[in-house]
Design a protein around this ligand. Structure first.
Ligand SMILES: Nc1ncnc2c1ncn2[C@@H]1O[C@H](COP(=O)(O)OP(=O)(O)O)[C@@H](O)[C@H]1O
Ligand SMILES: [Mg+2]
Length: 383
């Protein structure tokens, strides 16, 4: 990744020199500029491969600068990194919205983080990767349909079938998450501790390196809210930022939204590469799914971004796949049979179903469903 031209815009000479020296040691060519307007000219004139900007500039706000660069064809695709002395959540959000690819708070850890970010941003030639990893949102219209069990087990199967992929699972179900229970995680890190973190800290590097790897499950976990009290205090407005950071840190991110269609989850579903809609086989589950489907469609979620899964969680009775397809006017991509107490048993022992029951036919369904899901998400991303 050596030999790139990097423009550093920062009015603080000491800080700018320090960053420049570090980058020169990595064999990069560095252009240093002290002001926003001059920086804008340099960015358009010198065609840098990447621009690092301290958003706190005397003459032009960093956000404004970024937005100007984004809207000019010469720099629309140039990676922009904010290296900010202001570590507030508002600043982070403003920078993201202005078009910065990354936000790094100036701190003792800023340089290693910056180098990692540069490696990633400069190494990327595939424009689809600029958007980060693939995002699958799991939702069910009704509780108890198997949304969480399927999310965790499919994530495990995705990671198993493609070991080169970095997979993360995040439990966004409020007021109480349940993935930690299923996978046997009893650590102190969860959605609330993540949303509480200083915005500059809870960035990509944090999620990539600090989330616990659930070895048997082969994914890293961001556990959910442990109790309603915690959920009440949770900074819900940070959740979309967390999804953004997770996508930057992982190839595949699965988010369990449960049956909540709160405003925050709708945004996540709309931005997802795939919405895995888990449908129960009882009449009421199908009726509720119909309502959810209509809502999603009215909010611009296209049918090809949906991945409907029929799950016979409640027993052998209930509607057939054909009945459900007819009633919902949608193609079911994958159907899981009733598994008796096996699923609950695997869940209670914190073991993936495919590990606990390798010879069960459902193990094959899991594998095939996971593969199909990866293919659909990729297909949808590429348009
Ligand atoms: N196909 C299935 N066969 C039998 N039991 C299932 C099946 N799918 C899910 N279950 C069981 O249903 C219960 C609810 O599952 P869960 O994943 O928590 O649902 P949700 O997240 O939609 O509320 C769990 O006990 C789970 O083991
Ligand atoms: Mg659940």
């Amino acid at each position: 990744m050596a030999g790139k031209t990097i423009l550093v815009i920062d009015a603080d000479v000491a800080s700018r020199n320090f960053v420049a020296r570090t980058l020169q040691k990595q064999q990069h060519t560095v252009i240093q500029i002290g002001g926003g307007k001059e920086g804008l000219i340099a960015a358009w004139r010198d065609h840098p491969d990447l621009v690092i900007i301290e958003p706190n500039l005397p003459d032009l706000k960093g956000e404004e600068l970024a937005s100007k660069l984004r809207h000019d064809p010469r720099t629309a695709g140039t990676p922009l990194v904010a290296l900010s002395s202001d570590r507030s959540a508002q600043r982070l959000t403003a920078c993201r919205e202005a078009g910065f690819n990354e936000f790094i708070a100036k701190s003792g850890e800023a340089i290693p983080t910056l180098l990692e970010v540069l490696d990633r941003l400069l190494g990327e030639v595939d424009p689809s990767k600029q958007q980060g990893g693939l995002l699958v949102a799991f939702l069910g219209a009704k509780g108890g349909t198997g949304t969480t069990s399927l999310c965790t087990n499919l994530a495990m199967n995705i990671a198993l079938s493609q070991p080169e992929l970095r997979v993360a699972v995040a439990d966004f179900v409020l007021p109480i998450g349940s993935i930690a229970q299923i996978v046997g995680y009893d650590g102190g890190q969860n959605l609330a501790t993540a949303t509480d973190l200083d915005a500059g800290v809870a960035a990509t590097a944090y999620f990539r390196d600090r989330l616990t790897l659930m070895t048997e499950w082969r994914f890293r976990l961001l556990a959910g809210s442990p109790d309603p009290e915690t959920a009440n205090h949770l900074q819900v407005e940070r959740l979309r930022g967390i999804v953004h950071d997770l996508k930057r840190a992982y190839d595949f991110v699965l988010v369990d939204l449960g049956r909540s269609l709160a405003r925050f989850s709708l945004g996540i579903i709309q931005s997802a590469d795939l919405a895995a809609l888990v449908i129960g086989t009882d009449v009421s589950a199908v009726a509720l799914t119909k309502t959810v489907l209509e809502h999603l469609r009215s909010k611009g979620v296209k049918d090809d971004a949906l991945f409907p899964i029929l799950n016979r969680a409640i027993g052998l009775e209930g509607l057939s796949k054909l009945d459900v397809e007819k009633s919902l006017k949608i193609e079911i991509k994958s159907a899981f049979p009733y598994l008796g107490s096996h699923f609950a048993m695997a869940n209670n022992q914190h073991v993936p179903f495919s590990v606990k029951f390798p010879n069960d036919t459902a193990t094959v369904v899991f594998r095939e469903c996971a593969q199909q899901m990866v293919a659909s998400a990729r297909h949808h991303r590429l348009g």
